[in-house]
Each structure stands twice: as structure tokens, then as C-alpha cells.
Design a protein around this ligand. Structure first.
Ligand code: ZN
Length: 765
């Protein structure tokens, strides 16, 4: 009941206006009684982590149980006007709202459930008007709580068994942000909070002693410690860094001796600034020598899981971690990005019609069906999660398919134990679920995490826990996508035919159609006339590189000046690329990575020699000397390249039967390297290209980048080419310019440097 103890009025208007206008339109057209199924899920694990802690159900239960449009709500809605200055909603609709009682079914994951991208956290089914009216509030509740509980679990992972205190209220995102953060942080793994109202509402232990202002209100620090000790002898953690930390520790020890002489226990000291590793080690020595081995050292000052990890690595002697700002504001990912998508609809007694939302980005295509998640387990722990349609009969041995890459599949052994994550919470509008206590929710998080392999919980570059669609659901989804795309094409073709007829008839209307065609096309259309190389104006560089990535193409020893397939002066790009990498928050690289029997090696074709070509079916394969063979020196990156800056490496040319020049697609045009999906998932709009060789792989990568809708900029002096008869660098540059690639030099790139994220794994695929 915390929600309504805090916000005493009805919360039914905690929604976006469009939910109400849609509800009105459903009601007006009579479609409001259609049955629908919606799922709430997120697309990417937060903080580049390996998992999330699902959270929000207890608040949702509160909200749904009390969901009513009261008189004050409908009074307010009756004052809203449309663009014609008439009331936005009819009186009759408002009285429909006042009488509305929810009769939806809601299934959800219990608070504290470990969840992953694409998995439903909540399933709402029932009259579409009701599903829609709940959308915004449910997202508000689950997005933020899940985000903070996850951040707290990561901090817990870094802190190990040490205590964690949360004191973020003063920096939190407003009143509710502060309260919700304290609750979710406790569930995720914090032991206590400074937030007293959260303590009262949720039963979280509260903690706190004194601030710098206490020390400063006295003439001297020792006097202030003693005064505090006299007033509150049972709660003494002295903040020692007001003036000089080492002096502060000496004063704390003196005050502690006084406490001891009066029969009280000195709890410890707090460090809130300076070099926490050094100061904690020194303070520990001083406290131990004075006989206070039990005294705790509390550390605070912008801590998060990364800093805690680093302090642990430096052997800091910290016994309690105080975390605030970075936890309650979910630094450095301010939102989870959860969505609520329609996945099935039906009229009365009909069968369900399954629905998908299309997108050019695979990650944004929604999943159809009435979904449940099954978590499988063997004797070593959890092995994988399967999203399935509850209407389908499942085979005894299940296969799951990665929703973003259908070639990645996993068979789950029939003898695995399992349980389903979504539990019934409301059936026909009636609550059928008892919300567990905050304390048991908190232990639930710890218990489950113990059953996940440590590599999934790693703070940086975790392994991906297997989550997939049950193969039957995958096939349903694929059919629906193909069907929808076909429909779309038919409608487009029809609209073009209509437009052509109109143009012939009246001479107007054509422009509008071509614009709408452009918007729909995934490939940017470039008029060859307007992009002659002479007319290319200096490229418009983005204001910051936040949405930009640097792609380093094949900067490998095999292409070095004395490599297997030499590119003259290839090594000269290394210092240039190293400097460029410092400006980019995201750097990726491609790596030519051939099996020894690769099609591009002349030696593998009895009647051919280097320089010949071969008909490879869908393309002409040029033949080269053997180069960049997987796991050999030739495939390694050039010496001195700062590879620790590279977030991800995409290997290409791994298929013996097809070459791969472009970093995006193989030469046969069929198989993708996943770089496209990765860059789009990372929100990238501009790609800057560097590497080897300008007239082969660099060119193909740049041109494919344009086709995929990126703005592509080639950094001229960060590339080198192979100039020989028949394949001139100059011709390749013309081709790229005509294709829409912009050109800069590294001199023109003057963005501020960004900090490297330490610990990134080299060569991770
Ligand atoms: Zn190659």
C-alpha cells in the first residue's frame, strides 16, 4: 500500500494522453471489447551487463488494485478541449470510465527475478481498452525499478560480502525517484539506506551518523567527535576528512579511546574524499595499532561497481561501501528502454491473431504469441531460457533460436529441470498473488544469482546467457514477418501505380509520392548527378562522436608492408589510427580470418595463379597469395596498434567457399558479420572508416555502410591501398565519392579524447 500512503489521490491519470484518446476511439468505434495480449519487455541488458533484476511488481499490484477513475479524474478530463475547442471526450465516455472495473489477466515475473533482454516481464491480456490504459504506468514502474535493482546487484557483485549503504536521496530524480531508488537498491543488494521515508514505507534498515557541517560547527575536530560521542555514544562513525584525513583518523582514535573508557563501542570512521585506496590502508594500520581492529572503514565518494572493483584490486581496506549518486541515477544508463507491445488480438470467440511490429532493425521487431519464459537448469546451474507461446504444444526436447541471429540455436536436453518465470497475479481483475516481503525478495535475488555461472555476471564484457525463442515460436514469427513485408510491398506497389496514374492525369502529386517512397526505403537513394566528385562539399561532421563509431578495417600483419599480401607503407596508419581511437567512444575492427582452404588463395586452384580470377557463381573471385590464415601471425593486428581500445572485432572470410571484402557482408551478398546489428544496437549513425586496403576491403565496407543507412566518412590518411594496374586507389576513391562516402583527413578530426574503458577484452566476438 506504499503507493497510496504516499499519493493519496487516484493514480489512474498516471498515463499518456494518447492512451485515453485511443481508449476513446476504441470505445467510439466499438472495438474496445476486443481481446488483446500485450507484453512488457526490454531489448538490451542494462549497463552492457549480462542480466537484469526484474522489479516493479509490488508497485504494480498496488496500482492495479486501486485502479479507478474517480470524480476528480473525470472532472479534469471533462475540461480538456480538442483543436476545435469542443470537449475532447464525450460525457458518456467519461461515465464509462468512472464505471470501468479492470477484468484483465496479468502474469508477471516476481520482483527480484533475474531476467534478460527480449523476455516478457509482464503479460497483460483482456479487453484492449484496459490493456492500453495500463501501458504507461506499468512501464513507469518496471523500467526504473528494474534499472536500479540491476545497478545495485552489479554493485553487490563488486562488493562481495561487504556491507553497502545507499545514500542517494539528495541526488535522486525527484521525490518518487528517490523513494523508488531506495526500494529497488535494497532489493538489488544494498543493506541499508539513509532515506528515512523509504525506511518507514518499505521496512528497509536506515543508517547514518554525521556530516562535515557537524565538525565545522566546532572550533576543533576532536572536540566535535567527543561532543557527538557524548550525545550519541551508540552510533559513532566519525567522518575524518573535513580538514586532513590522517589527522582526522588520529582524532577519531582519541575520541574512540574516550568511548571505550565509558564502556561504549566505537563503530568506525568514514572517508569521503581523497585517494581511498591509500587512505584506507593507512587508516587501517593506525586503527589496528590503537587496538581498534573491529572498527569499520566506510568509504564513499562517487562509488559504483567499476570503482569498487578497482579499489578492491588495489587492496583498499574498506569494510563498508557507501554508494549514492551513481546508483540512484543509474549512471551511466539513465533509462532501461522497456517497451509494451501488442502480440495477439481476437474478437469474441475467434482464434487469436498473432501480431508482430516490423522494423528495419531486427532488435526492434516484436515477438508474437502469448508468451511465457521457461528457465532450464542442470546440476551445474541455469543453462538457458526459452520464450514460448503458451498456446503451442511443446516437443519433449526443445530448441531455442537467438531472436537476433537465427543461425544461433541451442538444443535443451530433455532431462533438464525447468520452471516458468511468469506467475499469475490478477485473473479476471482479481488479485491471486501475495506480494512477498521486501526482505525475502532481496534474498531471492541472491539465491538465483548463485545459480548463474560467474561469466554471465562479469561487470565488463559478460558472456551472453542463452535466451531464445522456442523454435515453433521462431517459425511463427518468421512467417508473420514475411507475410507483413509482402503485404507492405503490395500496398507500396499499388500506391505507386495510383500515383503514376494521377501524375499522368493531372501532372501533380508525383513529388509527394517520391518523398514517401524515399522514407520507406531502407537504402538511401543518391542521385549520381548531384554527387560527382567535383561537387562534393566538405563533409558535415557530427557535433560530437557520441553516435559515431570508428571501423578499423583489416589492420593486420598479413597486409603489412612485408606481409603475405603487402600494402605499401601500411604501418604508417598505426599512429594515425591510435590517435583517432582516443576520440571515439566506440571502436570496432574487422579481421580477415581465413581457413587454409579458402577460395581466395590461388594455391587452392590447380589451374590458377595469383592475379587470376575465378567464377564463384554470384561474383568474380580475385585470387591472392595465402594470407591472414586463422590463428596465425599474419592474422594478428599490426604491431603497436592500441587494440585495447577496440570494443569488438568482427571476423570475416571465415567461410572457405566465399570471400568477404566488406566488413558487413560477404561477397556473395548473403551472410552478414553482425557488425550492422551491433552498430545499430549501439545507436550509431555515423561510421568513420580507416584501415587496409583502400581499394578492396575499405571501399566495400564504406559502400555497404551507405547502403545500410549509415553516414560514412573515410579518413584518408588512416588508409593505405594497393596501387597496381587494373586496381587503382584513385578509381576506388572516385567510386566511393560517387556512392556518397564523405572524406576527411585526421587533421580535421578534433574531437575531445574519451577515457578508455579498462578491462575490455581483446578480440572479443
Ligand atoms: Zn582475404
Amino acid at each position: 500500500m506504499a503507493l497510496y500512503r504516499l499519493y493519496r489521490e487516484s493514480l489512474s491519470l498516471l498515463t499518456d494522453l494518447y492512451q485515453l484518446t485511443m481508449a476513446y476511439a476504441h470505445w467510439k468505434t466499438g472495438s474496445h471489447t476486443k481481446d488483446a495480449v500485450f507484453h512488457l519487455s526490454f531489448r538490451k541488458n542494462p549497463f552492457n551487463g549480462g542480466y537484469a533484476v526484474g522489479c516493479g511488481l509490488s508497485t504494480m499490484v498496488d496500482f492495479i488494485e486501486n485502479f479507478r477513475f474517480d470524480q476528480s479524474d473525470t472532472d479534469y478530463l471533462s475540461t480538456l478541449k480538442g483543436h476545435d475547442d469542443k470537449p475532447l471526450f464525450e460525457e458518456k465516455f467519461l461515465s464509462y470510465l468512472s464505471n470501468l472495473r479492470l477484468n484483465v489477466d496479468i502474469h508477471a515475473v516476481p520482483d527480484g527475478t533475474i531476467v534478460f533482454a527480449h523476455e516478457p516481464l509482464v503479460r497483460v491480456s483482456g479487453p484492449i481498452i484496459q490493456c492500453q490504459l495500463l501501458e504507461t504506468a506499468l512501464l513507469t514502474m518496471f523500467n526504473f525499478q528494474t534499472l536500479i535493482a540491476t545497478k545495485a546487484a552489479r554493485i553487490r557483485e563488486a562488493a562481495g560480502e561487504k556491507s553497502i549503504l545507499e545514500f542517494g536521496l539528495r541526488r535522486a530524480q525527484g521525490v518518487d525517484g528517490g523513494l523508488t531508488a531506495s526500494l529497488s537498491a535494497h532489493i538489488g543488494g544494498c543493506d541499508a539506506t539513509s532515506n528515512v521515508l523509504a525506511g518507514k514505507l518499505f521496512g528497509i534498515p536506515v543508517s547514518g551518523t554525521h556530516a562535515h557541517s557537524w565538525v565545522m560547527s566546532f572550533e576543533d575536530e576532536l572536540e566535535s567527535f567527543k561532543a557527538y560521542a557524548k550525545a550519541m555514544p551508540n552510533n559513532c562513525v566519525f567522518l575524518v576528512d573535513t580538514y586532513d584525513t590522517i589527522d582526522g583518523v588520529l582524532n577519531a582514535i582519541e575520541a574512540a579511546r574516550w568511548l571505550k573508557s565509558t564502556g561504549h563501542k566505537f563503530l568506525g570512521i568514514r572517508l569521503d574524499s581523497g585517494d581511498l585506496a591509500y587512505l584506507s590502508i593507512e587508516a587501517r594500520k593506525m586503527l589496528d595499532e590503537a587496538g581498534f581492529e573491529d572498527a569499520a572503514i566506510v568509504a564513499s565518494n562517487d562509488l559504483d561497481e567499476h570503482i569498487i572493483n578497482s579499489l578492491n584490486a588495489q587492496n583498499a581496506k574498506i569494510s563498508v561501501w557507501g554508494v549514492g549518486t551513481k546508483l540512484v541515477t543509474a549512471f551511466d544508463q539513465p533509462a532501461l528502454g522497456g517497451v509494451y507491445k501488442l502480440s495477439a488480438i481476437k474478437d469474441g470467440g475467434e482464434a487469436w491473431k498473432y501480431k508482430v511490429k516490423l522494423s528495419e532493425q531486427a532488435i526492434k521487431i516484436s515477438n508474437p504469441g502469448i508468451q511465457q519464459v521457461r528457465r532450464f537448469m542442470d546440476e551445474d546451474g541455469y543453462v538457458g531460457d526459452m520464450i514460448f507461446n503458451v498456446e503451442d504444444k511443446l516437443p519433449s526436447e526443445c530448441t531455442i533460436v537467438d531472436p537476433l541471429d537465427m543461425t544461433r540455436r541451442k538444443r535443451i536436453a530433455a532431462e533438464c529441470k525447468f520452471h516458468d518465470l511468469l506467475v499469475p497475479v490478477f485473473l479476471n481483475g482479481r488479485k491471486v498473488y501475495d506480494v512477498p516481503s521486501v526482505q525475502s525478495t532481496r534474498s531471492f535475488v541472491r539465491e538465483q544469482l548463485q545459480n548463474f555461472h560467474p561469466t554471465y555476471k562479469r561487470i565488463m564484457n559478460p558472456h551472453q546467457y542463452p535466451v531464445g525463442l522456442e523454435i515453433g515460436l521462431h517459425e511463427l514469427k518468421t512467417d508473420l514477418i514475411l507475410h507483413e513485408r509482402e503485404n507492405l510491398q503490395t500496398r507500396r506497389d499499388a500506391s505507386v501505380r495510383t500515383a503514376k496514374t494521377k501524375k499522368q492525369n493531372s501532372g501533380v502529386g508525383a513529388e509527394k509520392v517520391s518523398n514517401s517512397r524515399k522514407q520507406n526505403s531502407p537504402v538511401s537513394e543518391i542521385s549520381p548527378l548531384s554527387l560527382k566528385s567535383e561537387s562534393v562539399s566538405p563533409p558535415s561532421l557530427p557535433g560530437s562522436l557520441e553516435k559515431s563509431a570508428l571501423i578499423i578495417v583489416d589492420a593486420q600483419k598479413g597486409f603489412g608492408s612485408s606481409g603475405e599480401l603487402p600494402v605499401a607503407r601500411a604501418e604508417e596508419i598505426v599512429p594515425v589510427v591510435n590517435k583517432l581511437m582516443e576520440q571515439f567512444p566506440l571502436v570496432v575492427a574487422t579481421q580477415d580470418w581465413h581457413p587454409a582452404d579458402h577460395i581466395s588463395f590461388a594455391i587452392n586452384h590447380a589451374d590458377k595463379k595469383i592475379g587470376d580470377t575465378l567464377n564463384a557463381g554470384s561474383y568474380e573471385q580475385p585470387l591472392f597469395p595465402m594470407h591472414c590464415i586463422e590463428n596465425t601471425k599474419g592474422a594478428q593486428f599490426l604491431d603497436n596498434l592500441h587494440t585495447e581500445r577496440i570494443t569488438r572485432v568482427f571476423k570475416k572470410g571465415t567461410d572457405p567457399d566465399t570471400d568477404c571484402f566488406s566488413g558487413f557482408f560477404d561477397c556473395a551478398g548473403g551472410k552478414a558479420t553482425e557488425m550492422d546489428v551491433f552498430l545499430k544496437d549501439s545507436g550509431i549513425e555515423h561510421v568513420f572508416v580507416a584501415g587496409l586496403a583502400t581499394n578492396y576491403c575499405v571501399k566495400e565496407t564504406a559502400l555497404d555502410g551507405i547502403k545500410l543507412g549509415f553516414k560514412v566518412i573515410l579518413i584518408e590518411d588512416a588508409c593505405r591501398g594497393i596501387d597496381k594496374v587494373g586496381c587503382r586507389v584513385k578509381t576506388a576513391i572516385e567510386e566511393m565519392k560517387n556512392g556518397g562516402v564523405a572524406f576527411v583527413t585526421s587533421e580535421q578530426m578534433n574531437y575531445p579524447t574519451v577515457k578508455v574503458q579498462s578491462g575490455r577484452k581483446k578480440g572479443k566476438r
